[in-house]
Design a binder for this molecule. Structure first.
Ligand code: PLP
Length: 405
């Protein structure tokens, strides 16, 4: 049974007041709140089993190693990866994409090669590819969107040529909420012999991810958007690529043998995990995924879809309201502007009314440019948001609009 009050009780931060008003947290696409089982796990790890992993013979080290490696298996199950060795822990989506761009780029890209991105990408899926351009003359080709925020598939297919080496795109847009047809896009890229990375940062909290069904070559996500701790991310990669790609960083943990003449590298996943991993974070992330599974991603998604429909319909009744992103397949994000009101003004005034939303370009400046705007106000839902909160948010927006009349 989906018991919203019981769920809310798991998130102590939700009982805070902001400016004397109950907090309505609608900035979930930036970071979701963490349930108590996650920070209790952090505290338990520090209180009971804290010790460096992988290289200790003593009991604490073995327990910490077991917990960390179980977390890897937990993530494998969450995304249905074939093998836990294909799950690399990183600091987040950003680091995962930088790892692939740098390592894949070194091994497989040369002057004149091309990479396909989309106009809706987060900067984390643009800048790492641009960094390669200081070494190699790589071309970036960009898929545009239509007026609903849907990717133009015809243009996508037309961008492939004999120099196309890689496709990197988001599963769900952090601004428009568009759920991209990544399975079909991957299938097309594979027909052309091109591997694909999917940025799942905004998909993981809302959609069931099955990397085998998608046939994704790489899939990346961040724990802090899936009710987990900050500073933990995932890079899933097919073994065939990860085995061939050179290490990203060097140091302890990632080696087989070190000599001043020659060093050999460890096996997967350790080859890509130099240094002491954040085993406190990975184990806490496993608890977050258990929490999500206990509620059920499908239940979470249908609860959020109800809130999205209700809020969108009511917001549309406000004079001067413009919503960016009206794709038929849309996730839990509403980006909007009201004529004559700057997004920062709207965001700051909403904060005074207890409502936390995000304002600005949302790390998607090329998308803003293509929409001909500087930024939006973005409200995004999570499992613990209620219809009463949606009402409070809509009433607050109406109040701000009245202030500007
Ligand atoms: N990609 C998308 C689609 C995002 O929404 C975000 C964060 O908002 C990122 C990448 C970057 O994630 P992180 O900052 O956790 O590395």
């Amino acid at each position: 049974m989906f018991d919203i009050e019981k769920i809310r009780a798991d998130f102590p931060i939700l009982s805070r007041e902001i400016c004397g008003k109950p907090l309505v947290y609608l900035d979930n696409a930036a970071t979701s709140q963490t349930p108590s089982c996650v920070f209790e796990r952090i505290s338990d790890t520090y209180c009971r089993i804290n010790a460096n992993v992988h290289r200790g013979v003593h009991t604490l080290s073995q327990e910490a190693t077991d917990a960390h490696e179980s977390a890897r298996e937990r993530v494998r199950k969450f995304i249905n990866a074939p093998k836990s060795e294909e799950v690399i822990f990183t600091r987040g989506t950003t680091e995962s994409i930088n790892l692939v761009a740098s390592s894949f780029g070194k091994k497989y890209l040369s002057d004149g090669d091309e990479i396909i991105l989309t106009v809706m990408e987060h900067h984390a899926n643009i800048v790492p590819w641009q960094l390669l351009q200081s070494d190699k003359k790589i071309g970036l080709r960009v898929v545009p969107i239509d007026e609903h925020g849907v990717l133009d598939q015809e243009v996508y297919r037309s961008l492939f040529n004999e120099r196309t080496r890689f496709v990197s795109l988001s599963h769900v847009s952090n601004v428009l909420g568009t759920v991209n047809p990544v399975k079909e896009m991957i299938r097309y890229a594979h027909e052309k012999g091109v591997p694909v990375l999917i940025d799942g940062a905004q998909a993981a909290p809302h959609l069931r991810i099955d990397v085998q069904d998608l046939d994704a070559d790489f899939y990346v996500l961040s724990a802090h958007k899936v009710y987990g701790p900050t500073g933990i991310g995932v890079l899933y990669g097919k073994e065939k690529w990860l085995n061939e790609m050179p290490p990203y960083q060097g140091g302890g943990e990632m080696i087989a043998h070190v000599d001043f003449e020659k060093t050999t590298f460890g096996n997967l996943p350790f080859k890509f995990e130099a240094g002491t991993p954040d085993y406190v974070g990975t184990t806490a992330f496993a608890s977050a995924l258990d929490y999500v599974d206990r509620i059920g991603l499908e239940n979470i998604a249908s609860h959020e879809a109800g809130l999205m429909k209700y809020t969108t319909e009511r917001l549309m009744k406000i004079e001067g309201m413009r919503i960016f992103g009206t794709a038929p397949e849309k996730s839990s994000v509403i980006s909007f502007l009201v004529d004559g009101i700057h997004h920062y003004d709207m965001g700051m005034l909403l904060d005074k009314l207890g409502i936390a939303v995000r304002t600005g370009h949302h790390c998607a400046q090329p998308l803003m440019t293509s929409l001909g705007i500087e930024g939006t106000v973005r409200a995004s839902f999570a499992v613990y948001n209620t219809q009463a909160e949606a009402d409070a948010f809509i009433t607050a927006v109406e109040k701000v609009v009245k202030m500007f009349k």
